[in-house]
Design a protein around this ligand. Structure first.
Ligand code: UDX
Length: 443
């Protein structure tokens, strides 16, 4: 069995290195520098466990990267994992999907096998049927179901856990067009996962596409919901959103995960996918205003963090503000739609003097934000500051002790936008405020 992957972004690369543990795998990309670097074992993204698997795959000779789609000719299964960036109106840009289908169509035309094409890129409901299938059929002059197989096969990888999520996914979704495609995909995954396969759900291609958007929109809704509850908690002395979330999460119908209040959701997926889903619903004549509210509340959450800071510090004009965390979450260098960047913009508009630290995302941030002074460590960042705002839950920030804030800051005002500290311990000698924490009269 030989595997092909088209597109070596986050998803394609994780898929390629994991499948190369078992099968010969070739991964295709347009970007010359990226392909050469990968063939030399250099990873373009920060992802736990990725480099080790890349090096292993290359040295075993099971894995290679190429610019030439022709190398897919003897592949039994081809994953489409190209990007689907968001357009201004929320819709997604399918140009990379179209280009990869054209390349794969050419390959299918000359293939002597009946390869299976798996659509991993996130696309709105109906795209596999309306765009992918016709392009593959026209290009190959073969029929889906007889000449080749095609399944909508969305991924649910989290940044920072992409390898683990590929090797032990919560589920495999197979949205197939026909029996042949479903049988081929089931057999591929059975062979790959061996004795302990993840649960497999078979559905239509549109069902699979909807599962992807449904999952990400639901997760985004859960986060916004808990952030809304956090606002209410802040109005009642001593009330803590973490207790409220825990109390709700004990109900198995609700579940405890994704109920951590904070500065809102960011990253390359949740905001973009919710926008695309709203647009797709609108195009289908369905009212998606519930999800519009989810986005609106998320947009104002960084402003709320600023309001918490102003409530404690007064005007931010000329204040030395230390921001801990730049990426959209801990342990990643991804700045896309980071709530921290949204916060920095607001702080800058208010005339604050900003210094920041992030253990992983600093180099990327330096190329994007020139109005920030970059510190060399978390302690260096808070030294002499009038105000510290914690925007991600990095280990380095969690290990700061209350005495560090008291000793190092000019005036120890601490805004815990991720709720990483114990409010009791961090209120002694510190003007501490946490998202979703009603001020305790006694503290
Ligand atoms: C997400 C989905 O989890 C994943 O299944 C999908 O394939 C891609 O999008 P990712 O973007 O890596 O993964 O981030 P995730 O860990 O889901 O967090 C998204 C955002 O929500 C982050 O900004 C995070 O800080 C925030 N978040 C998450 C909260 O504010 N509270 C929570 O309880 C959980």
């Amino acid at each position: 069995m030989k595997i092909g992957v088209v597109g070596v972004g986050y998803v394609g690369l994780s898929t390629a290195v994991c499948f190369a543990m078992k099968f010969p795998t070739v991964a295709i990309d347009l970007e010359k520098a990226r392909v050469s670097a990968l063939n030399e074992g250099q990873v373009p993204i920060h992802e736990k466990g990725l480099e080790a698997l890349l090096v292993k795959g290359l040295s075993s000779k099971r894995l290679k990267f190429s610019l030439n789609p022709g190398e897919l000719i003897d592949a039994d299964a081809i994953f489409i994992a190209v990007g689907t960036p968001g357009n201004q109106d929320g819709s997604i840009d399918l140009s990379q999907v179209r280009a990869s289908c054209k390349d794969i169509g050419d390959v299918l035309k000359s293939s002597t096998k009946r390869p299976l094409v798996l659509m991993r890129s996130t696309v709105v409901p109906g795209t596999a049927r309306r765009v992918v299938k016709p392009l593959l059929e026209d290009g190959s002059t073969k029929k889906c179901g007889t000449g080749f197989g095609l399944c909508s096969n969305p991924e649910f990888l989290r940044e920072g856990q992409a390898i683990q999520d590929t090797l032990k996914p919560s589920r495999i979704i197979l949205g197939s067009f026909d029996d042949f495609s479903l049988r081929s995909a089931s057999s591929l995954y059975r062979t790959f996962y061996g004795k302990k396969p993840p649960p497999v759900l078979a559905t239509t291609p549109e069902g699979a596409e909807l599962i992807k958007y449904g999952s990400n929109s639901f997760l985004a809704t859960k986060i916004t919901f808990v952030n809304l509850l956090a606002r209410a908690c802040e109005l009642f002395p001593g009330t803590d959103v973490n207790d409220v979330a825990r109390g709700m999460g004990l109900d198995p119908r609700i579940g405890a995960q994704f109920l951590q209040a904070g500065p809102g959701f960011g990253g390359s997926c949740l905001p973009k996918d919710v926008r695309a889903f709203i647009k797709s619903l609108r195009d289908m004549g369905v009212d998606g205003s519930m999800l519009e509210s989810v986005l609106q509340i998320n947009e104002v959450q960084p402003e709320h963090v600023v309001a918490l800071a102003e409530a404690r510090s007064g005007t931010l004009l000329g204040k030395e503000v230390a921001v801990l965390g730049l990426a959209f979450k801990a342990e990643t260098d991804d700045l896309r739609e980071s709530r921290s960047i949204a916060l920095l913009e607001r702080l800058s508009q208010r005339g604050a003097s900003i210094r920041a630290y992030d253990p992983v995302a600093m180099e990327k941030a330096k190329t994007e934000l020139d109005y920030v002074v970059y510190s060399s460590s978390a302690k260096d960042c808070i030294k002499g500051a009038d105000l510290a705002i914690v925007m991600t839950g990095c280990r380095q920030f969690k290990s700061l002790k209350p005495s560090d804030f008291v000793r190092l800051m000019r005036s120890p005002v601490l805004i815990d936008a991720r709720r990483i500290y114990d409010p009791r311990a961090y209120s002694r000698g510190i003007n501490y405020v946490g998202v979703g924490l009603g001020e305790r009269a006694a503290l």
